[in-house]
Design a protein around this ligand. Structure first.
Ligand code: NI
Length: 160
């Protein structure tokens, strides 16, 4: 495992649409391990592969006190409700913003073995799932900020 530098704005890899993973081999497992290491080293709650410069549809999420969730080729299959949240991102260092996210999301993805699974996330997990899957489509949370006054210097939010 290794820690990798986090790509930050305006790195173009953050704006690319990431490609689907077709073969899950040792190189993908190493990438996932590096993502987990890098997320932890930066005290992040989630990380998407483009954030370390790899435009593939892979994300990891580690809610405090929970096991790591690895998502390969994740897709949101259902969204419910809406809530206003504070959000931050390791690729947009120094800032946090207020945006709207779904209250509940259901996601379909593959695990590290390639096995398909479904996951329902509420509140912060729903927020993390939407945030990381946005990354795979080249979208950042700042794109959801309604006005510049909703973007502030970072003091509190855990970055995703
Ligand atoms: Ni992020």
């Amino acid at each position: 495992m290794a820690t990798v530098a986090i790509r930050t704005l305006p790195d173009p890899v953050l704006r690319q649409k990431a490609k689907r993973v077709t073969v899950i081999d040792g190189s993908i497992h190493k990438l996932i391990d590096d993502m987990i290491d890098t997320m932890r080293a930066n005290s992040g709650v989630g990380l998407a592969a483009p954030q370390i410069g790899v435009p593939l549809r892979i994300a990891v999420i580690e809610m405090p006190g929970e096991e790591v969730i690895t998502l390969i080729n994740p897709q949101i299959i259902k969204r419910q409700g809406e809530r206003v949240v504070g959000e931050a991102c390791l690729s947009v260092p120094g800032y946090q913003g207020e945006i709207k996210r779904s209250a509940v999301v259901k996601v379909k993805a593959q695990d590290r073995q390639g096995k398909e699974f479904r996951l329902k996330g509420e509140e912060i997990l729903a927020q993390a799932l939407e945030h990381e899957i946005d990354h795979l489509n080249g979208t950042l949370y700042i794109d959801h900020v309604e006005s510049p006054d909703k973007l502030q210097r970072l003091d509190r939010e855990l970055p995703l």
